[in-house]
Design a protein around this ligand. Sequence first.
Ligand SMILES: [Cu+2]
Length: 191
Amino acid sequence: MASLLKSADGGGAEQVALQAEKRWAVLIGLITAALVLLMIFTALHWATMPPSRVESVNPSTLHIAGEFVESNLGTAVEKDGGVVVRLIGQQYSFTPQCIVVPEGMSVTFRATSADVIHGFIVGKSNVNTMLVPGFVTTFSTTFTEKGEKLMPCHEFCGAGHEGMWGRVQVVERNEFLARAAASERVSCVAQ
Ligand SMILES: [Cu+2]
């Protein structure tokens, strides 16, 4: 306060402003450096998943033919033993609404949108992606924690956006494999 009062008679005011600006410059510099380091770390640690290629699909015939017909959606163990989840986002829901995945196994997601851009994120995991009509979104991840997680749409897609979310159930590996052996698609959608 004393320095502010003194600054009223010329010279000092400029000094106070300069010092304040210098403090802000240092603070902003530190924040920028921290964000850049965070980007480098997440990229090297494979915590972010940049797109690796482009695969297209016709959004107007998803329900009629091809990989994303309704009977083909959900979690399946492929012939090569890989676990694949296929899902569709549309205004304002995911199909299927509830997805079962095994704990500690690599899971590949293949997803697309039937109308506008959607996205989803799965709590406490590194799953965070966009669903773009006309393109197949694909990535692999491993869930390390058993339990149920929420999967909300996080790209604003219209008036009903806030009601668009699904669930992901991470179950024990053996339980999952037993369920997968019993039926072609594993699901937790209420019948
Ligand atoms: Cu949405």
